[in-house]
Design a protein around this ligand. Sequence first.
Ligand SMILES: NC(=O)c1ccc[n+]([C@@H]2O[C@H](COP(=O)([O-])OP(=O)(O)OC[C@H]3O[C@@H](n4cnc5c(N)ncnc54)[C@H](O)[C@@H]3O)[C@@H](O)[C@H]2O)c1
Length: 266
Amino acid sequence: MNRLQDKICVVTGAADGIGYAIASAMAAEGAHVWLSDIDDAKGKAAAERLNAGPGAATYHRCDVAMAGDVTALFDEVLAAHGRVDVLVNNAAIAIGGMPLHEMEDAQWDRLMSVNLTSVFRCCKAVLPAMIAQKSGSIINIASAQGHIGLDGWTAYAGAKGAIMAMTRQMSVEFGPSNVRVNSISPGTIDTPMNLQVVADLGEHLSKTWVKMHPIGRIGRAEEVAEAAVYLASDLAGFTTGIDLKVDGGLTNAPRYVPEFFQPDAK
Ligand SMILES: NC(=O)c1ccc[n+]([C@@H]2O[C@H](COP(=O)([O-])OP(=O)(O)OC[C@H]3O[C@@H](n4cnc5c(N)ncnc54)[C@H](O)[C@@H]3O)[C@@H](O)[C@H]2O)c1
């Protein structure tokens, strides 16, 4: 299909997980996708795979916590194409699983830098071009955890909630420039991030996660990617300021069992 034919798309944290699935789906729709990440080996291999398909892909290292890296990435994209049509703020890390008062200041600062300040930095870098070209789609990857409570994840949820508030605000601020800003809130998705959470906090979480989702399973990264393709495409030309939940009903269902701290409870 060609829903994103010749669009210039930038995806952060695109070497693996949801970011890679989004980059892959966008390339399959005819886009030129710039994959950025801190894992150069995986990022380069990912871009090579995508270049074998219908779209085009370029890997460019960018640590979204480093202002200089972000500036360099978008300078490069704009030098190559003179425009950028889609930005997906996807890169994030999971620091949590502890009560808020046991979180170190350094952990809080790191989380906010990678998960929240990065959104500000990347938006700041693309907005002048999008405003000048009078079009653009920014997609911020939020989380079901920006909607519901889960023991031990206050900081992560705070960053995701802030991203949704920024999304609404930016849709108003930049609507007159035809720059659309939306977010996606995935439920639990089968990605390396969650493999790491399970490794850190316990195997019991896998079963709990399945029970929490009314649809009876956790999600696939490709299912989040499909939502991103829609929001990036001209078919969503009148859609801005929304949070699109791709969560198997998680945020509508009071099924949570707090097993993070009490794995043997129940
Ligand atoms: N997996 C889930 O269940 C889930 C649920 C809700 C929201 N999300 C959100 O979806 C997004 C992707 O999550 P995922 O599960 O695919 O994560 P992941 O850990 O599987 O992949 C994240 C990618 O980001 C890269 N990355 C990490 N730090 C970076 C940095 N400083 N700069 C650039 N790249 C960096 C990693 O190298 C990796 O390639 C995140 O915003 C996450 O918060 C995930």
